[in-house]
Design a protein around this ligand. Structure first.
Ligand code: TYD
Length: 138
């Protein structure tokens, strides 16, 4: 699963007026976008996320500032830097994620494949480990 977490570089349609980055569902990213939210006002003392999702895939883009994303599939961990506004991280379903080390100006745009459903969030890490280990053994 962790092998499926990857950075996606979007084209910058730049000219003398500035840049314009386009993210089209099912074209630039591997799902239809059903939900958009963004996170700002966090700083380097905060860890957000700390959950996995049964069904939702995400792409996270630091459209301003920087942050880090630590992904964990119950076996391996990997850290990605989000430090440019045309770079996103793709997160498949069932991966545990922490977002942290936010710069003061960080605006983290999150594109999601599903509408919000609190019941599909796994917020307990021990429970998450049980779920992914059961899947591996199936
Ligand atoms: P939370 O999942 O804790 O944020 P993060 O993943 O960044 O740590 O969400 C914070 C609050 O916002 C929580 O009360 C749930 C609510 N929320 C929604 O209502 N809809 C959403 O799409 C999201 C992502 C969160």
């Amino acid at each position: 699963m962790i092998e499926d977490c990857r950075l996606i570089e979007f084209p910058q349609n730049g000219d003398e007026r500035g840049h314009l980055v386009v993210v089209e569902g099912n074209q630039d990213i591997p799902f239809d976008i059903k939900r958009v939210f963004y996170i700002y006002g966090s700083d380097d003392s905060v860890i957000r996320g700390r959950h996995a999702n049964y069904n939702t895939q995400f792409v996270l883009i630091n459209v301003a500032g920087t942050s880090k994303v630590k992904v964990d599939d119950g076996r391996n961990q990997k850290i990605f830097n989000l430090d440019r506004p045309h770079i996103g991280i793709y997160l498949p379903k069932l991966v545990w994620k922490d977002m942290y080390d936010f710069s003061k100006d960080s605006v983290l745009l999150c594109l999601a494949s599903e509408h919000y459903d609190a019941n599909e969030y796994i917020r307990d890490y021990e429970e998450y480990l049980k779920i992914v280990r059961n899947q591996i053994n199936e």
